[in-house]
Design a protein around this ligand. Structure first.
Ligand code: SAM
Length: 139
């Protein structure tokens, strides 16, 4: 099948300030950005608003929360609540429910070469979420 080049367009911008008229999509992917923005919940809200009802939101994250990127009060996980540890999947589930339900979760290893003799192995967590047919998120 011929590639449909006319259907592909690249844009670069701030994920926290995506233009509202960007449109809605069958699949939205956030690859290893969640714990690199200052407001991860705002990022998720933006991404959710661009997924068609029935569409997918795919998120991979190493969950390396760091105050350099994200004020501690905005972390989705990696901290203790009053009663128990909170992991990023807990925070994601809370932020995405009830409009999105999780379909799958997988480990996604990636290797970063620092130099010829030093590599960093990261096991990112990949999750896929399906948007339910509610109309409340349509921009
Ligand atoms: C850990 S890297 C991941 C790069 C790539 N997505 C991947 O999975 O290999 C995080 C990336 O997020 C970008 N980033 C951080 N804040 C951003 C924002 N507000 N909008 C768009 N990109 C951002 C950084 O520039 C960096 O390239």
């Amino acid at each position: 099948m011929e590639p449909r080049r006319e259907k592909i367009r690249f844009e670069q911008g701030d994920a926290l300030h995506l233009r509202a008229d960007l449109g809605s999509f069958d699949v939205v992917l956030a690859a290893n950005i969640l714990c690199r923005v200052s407001e991860p919940k705002k990022l998720l809200a933006k991404l959710m608003s661009h997924v068609r009802p029935g569409g997918l939101l795919a998120i991979t994250t190493p969950s390396t929360w760091n105050h350099i990127f994200t004020p501690r009060e905005n972390w989705l996980g990696g901290f203790e609540s009053e009663h128990a540890p909170v992991c990023t999947l807990d925070g994601l589930t809370e932020a995405l429910s009830p409009s999105f339900g999780m379909l799958t979760r997988i480990d996604m290893p990636l290797l970063i070469r620092e130099h010829a003799r030093k590599f960093e192995l990261i096991i990112a967590e990949g999750t896929a979420w399906r948007r339910t047919a509610d109309a409340s998120l349509v921009p």
